[in-house]
Write a protein that binds this ligand. Structure first.
Ligand code: AMP
Ligand code: MG
Length: 413
């Protein structure tokens, strides 16, 4: 059986980045940049003021302080958006010009002194100034942030709020991004009914459909359909056909093990002629994971147990969805923590033990396994914020040993 790392690498390397499309920037959130963002002009484009204040000459205020206020004569005023600087007289010694935040700083002005260090009597144009200034003070210099042609953000960056802001501030109305994968979630099982219906004793609610949808939406992926099939070949074929019609990625849950009614794998292989990349991984939860490909469509068969479905989504589907959008795979185990209590397992499968991170009194990171570790016990996963890596051949992890933990952050990769 493949190990976790082998399976993960195999899945990631079987995927091709989806095509690039041009999108209005207000629709670009949660997409990936298909090309680097280049500054089409320098930033700032013109010298402008960082504060509300007065443009002055440095020499005028050399000795200014609270006990020695200096008088300057106001000769003009500039607001943000002021178009024409040509009509403005150039300040001379003994003069100042009012400049508001973001307004252009006219040639000749050496510094902007904050309004707070000045006092003007009402209706007069003579003001008192209480502080000296240095050359360039409170002036945002033309080109100080970016030169024309600078690479501001590299390709393959996920677009978040600051990136959208950056695109807008550089004047891009549209930008080239990688298309988001369209996803079909196909749940399987005769025993499942939808929340809101009356539950008979032999039934359970279909939670995977909602949980996997939420996991996709948490990553900003909302082009999805949800389908459910009962455990017959006909229905599996029919729903799979609909799934394939819509989606780039088909995420099935249940029906991938070795039971008589586990039809996902046989139907995909025999009726849809997919190329199986892997089936079964030496992990717990999630041993029966199935992954296949046909043309540019990708198929995940996740286990039916709700914890297994979500954990394997996190371990394998998430990096795949990111890879399809051109995001480089990142190292899944990011942290080490002290285990709060002894845990045991059999050798032969790597376990992902659901844990909660805590800070000890001396500020060390500690991790506590949650209650309810069985793969049908969603409560244990809902309480967890990380997965403790319990390696393939290990059988015991003692209290107070250092363990590797992988954050369970559903919003981020
Ligand atoms: P299976 O892999 O189809 O044998 O399913 C394994 C276990 O997961 C069974 O107890 C199923 O009832 C349960 N299960 C399968 N699909 C779902 C689902 N969509 N929501 C909740 N539980 C499920
Ligand atoms: Mg089933």
């Amino acid at each position: 059986m493949l190990s976790y790392v082998e399976a993960r690498n195999l899945i990631i390397s079987s995927l091709n980045t989806l095509e690039a499309i041009n999108l209005p920037i207000s629709e670009s959130l949660h997409h990936t940049l298909a090309e680097p963002v280049i500054a089409p002009f320098e930033m700032p484009l013109f010298d402008n003021s960082a504060v509300d204040g007065y443009g002055v000459l440095v020499n005028d205020l050399i000795n200014a302080d609270l006990n020695n206020p200096i008088e300057l004569k106001l000769i003009g005023s500039l607001e943000a958006g002021t178009k024409n600087l040509d009509g403005q007289p150039r300040i001379k010694l003994g003069e100042c010009v009012k400049i508001l935040t973001g307004a252009p700083v006219p040639p000749g002005v050496e510094a902007v002194i904050m309004k707070e260090y000045s006092a003007f009597e009402k209706q007069t144009d003579i003001g008192l100034f209480f502080k000296s200034v240095s050359k360039g003070e409170n002036i945002r210099k033309q080109g100080e942030e970016l030169k024309r042609g600078d690479r501001v953000i590299p390709a393959n960056t996920r677009i978040n709020a600051p990136v959208v802001g950056m695109l807008a501030s550089l004047g891009y109305a549209n930008f080239k991004v990688i298309k988001q994968p369209q996803i079909a979630i196909l749940t399987t099982g005769d025993e499942l009914i939808e929340p809101g219906q009356n539950l008979a004793r032999n039934q359970i609610f279909n939670s995977n459909s909602y949980a996997i949808e939420a996991a996709c939406r948490s990553l900003g992926l909302s082009q999805l359909i949800k389908l459910h099939c009962i455990d017959t070949r006909e229905d599996t074929i029919e729903k799979m056909t609909q799934a394939i019609e819509f989606a780039d990625v088909i995420i099935c849950t249940g029906g991938v093990s070795v039971g008589d009614r586990d039809l996902v794998k046989p139907v995909l292989e025999e009726d849809f002629k997919v190329e199986t990349i892997l089936w079964r991984i030496a992990i717990k939860p999630g041993k029966p994971v199935f992954f296949a490909r046909k043309n540019e469509k990708y198929f995940f068969g996740l286990p039916g147990n709700p914890v297994s479905a979500l954990v394997t989504f996190h371990l394998f589907v998430k990096p795949a969805l990111m890879r399809l959008q051109g995001v480089a795979p990142c190292d899944p185990a990011q942290n080490r923590a002290i285990l709060s209590k002894k845990i045991k397992k059999k050798a032969g499968r790597m376990e992902f033990v659901r844990g909660i991170q805590k800070r000890t009194k001396d500020d060390n990171l500690m991790v506590e396994p949650t209650r309810g570790q069985e793969s049908h016990m969603l409560s244990g996963l809902a309480a967890a914020d990380c997965l403790i890596h319990f390696d393939l051949e290990d059988e015991v992890l003692d209290e107070n040993t250092q363990v590797e933990i992988q954050k369970l952050d559903w919003q981020n990769y």
